[in-house]
Design a protein. Sequence first.
Length: 253
Amino acid sequence: MKPQLEAFDRLLTIMDELRVQCPWDRKQTMESLRNLTIEETYELADAILEKDLTGVKEEIGDLLLHMVFYAKIADEQKEWDISDALNAVCDKLINRHPHIYGDVTVEDEEEVKRNWEQIKQQEGKGKRSVLGGVPKSLPAMVKAYRMQDKTKQVGFEWENSEQVWEKVEEEIGEFKEAMATSNTEHQEEEFGDLLFSLINYARFTGIDPETALERVNQKFKKRFEYIEAHADRELTEMSLAEMDALWNQAKEQ
């Protein structure tokens, strides 16, 4: 047996044992695990951004545990087991890669993505929205990016980056107009339109806006923590100019 299969079999065995013998594991349901799974996913995302391969390994293991846990619960309910889930994804991969497992020819990755979406539509029963596969609980920025990317696959896309940027400038103007009013609901709507258009421009030019913003978050955190570490008194007692001087020092580190 391959070592990978041996390791997976070991995890399945441990899961069986814990589900019977451990009070905490025995108590868990799919609903109780949901938030923990989301947390583990974000921990994996952090490790990837930090290029922490050891951390990536650990977080992948944690997520695999969760997947096995869900499958164990479904098996106990006599719905399906882990082999059903694995075979289902294998069948999906084969069906959605006709350029590998069939006689379809593709020229680039964009054509692969278009074929994927078209096949996905064909797999659905009845008429299904192109956006139907975008999870409702995705963070808003990631959701916007995914919706834009999916509609692109059916031709709902700008022709060039200049057109996309013109839309950004249009939304900036509309947001400025909204801010000149006292209608907070309209201000929020126009700010959302502006964010959506900026995300679209980032996607069109090959930038992942979620990753870009998170890198800025990390940079801001590092520089502000530098201010806190090098301040000679409480920050509330310092002027903005004094804190800004430390901020500029942090930029040079």
